[in-house]
Design a protein around this ligand. Structure first.
Ligand code: ZN
Length: 300
């Protein structure tokens, strides 16, 4: 049978097999006997009742970062008032006191790795303490499994039964867990339907699709614009040639008319023709000018 000593006075503890709670014969301290040692054994009482806890939950669902419909669209399917076991390590790290809280039971509940135990809020958990209508969850993790990761030197360590409300709720067909600290009212949440997930993704999804369509249209319109612009330019040039040809024909006997079949020369010919009216010599402008000039003539 392993030997345990009282964490307060150091006296040997007589621990009956099959029990984990022992009372010191000398100082009366009640301890929790882990497989590796005896621990101070505390309970942090509830200061928040279930009605208040539900109110805290409701306000949390209405928070600005939560999914818009969560407050009215979620359904609480389970609320359990329980004392969850945690180890509290008080350590001296670089001459200052640090407190670490770790779950004493395997859990996927949010927040159990960083609960805050208010200093002096706990009571010694002996047979005078009643847990009322709360459920007591027993430890299944040995304190020894955490000792190795703790910095500094031990001041003391304890098993603390921590008051929580475990709330399970459903929203849009999925189930979520939230823990409300029964002492401070703090809310601990794992993944939840926040605006950052469902709603946000829906909006972003639509934006993304619209963006794709927009981008496609922009490219398509752009390409179309280039085609139109190029087509317009070519058409302009063609018409300019027609005009030049006609004008050349009108101004009979000039050599320019004969060679106007080639676009480049046609444009040059147009330049020559338009020079009198002071038109700019840029080819595109010429084409445009020629087109404008050409139109009435084409219609004739
Ligand atoms: Zn003692």
């Amino acid at each position: 049978m392993p030997q345990f000593s009282c964490p307060k006075c150091g006296a040997a503890l007589a621990v009956d097999p099959g029990t984990q709670i022992a009372k010191c014969q000398f100082c009366g301290t009640v301890t929790y006997v882990d497989r590796s040692e005896a621990l101070f054994y505390y309970l942090l009482p509830f200061t928040i009742d279930e009605v208040k806890a539900r109110g805290i939950f409701k306000r949390w669902t209405a928070g600005p970062s939560m999914a818009k419909e969560l407050e009215h669209g979620c359904k609480v399917t389970k609320i359990v008032k329980e004392f969850f076991p945690v180890f509290r390590f008080r350590r001296s790290v670089n001459k200052s006191e640090k407190v670490f809280v770790r779950p004493a039971r395997g859990t996927t509940l949010p927040g159990m790795h960083n609960l805050e135990i208010p200093p002096g809020g706990e009571v010694i958990y002996d047979d005078k303490v009643s847990i009322g209508d709360a459920k007591q969850i027993d430890p299944d993790i040995s304190i020894g499994s955490y000792i190795g990761e703790m910095p500094g030197n031990a001041i003391d360590q304890a098993l603390v039964y921590f008051p929580i409300y475990e709330i399970t709720y459903e929203f849009e067909g999925k189930s979520y867990d939230v823990v409300i600290d029964g002492s401070s009212g703090r809310v601990y949440s794992g993944p939840s339907p926040s605006r950052g997930s469902a709603q946000y993704m829906a909006v972003m999804g639509i934006s993304f699709v619209l963006g794709l369509i927009g981008g496609y249209l922009a490219c398509a319109v752009h390409v179309l614009f280039i085609v139109l612009a190029a087509g317009g330019l070519l058409a302009g040039r063609y018409m300019a040639q027609q005009v030049v040809t006609k004008k050349s024909a009108a101004v009979a006997g000039e050599a320019a008319g004969g060679s106007a079949a080639q676009a480049g020369e046609g444009a040059s010919a147009a330049d020559a023709q338009d020079a009198q009216s002071g038109a700019p010599s840029d080819a595109a402008q010429d084409a445009q000018t020629a087109e404008n000039n050409a139109e009435p003539e084409v219609k004739q």
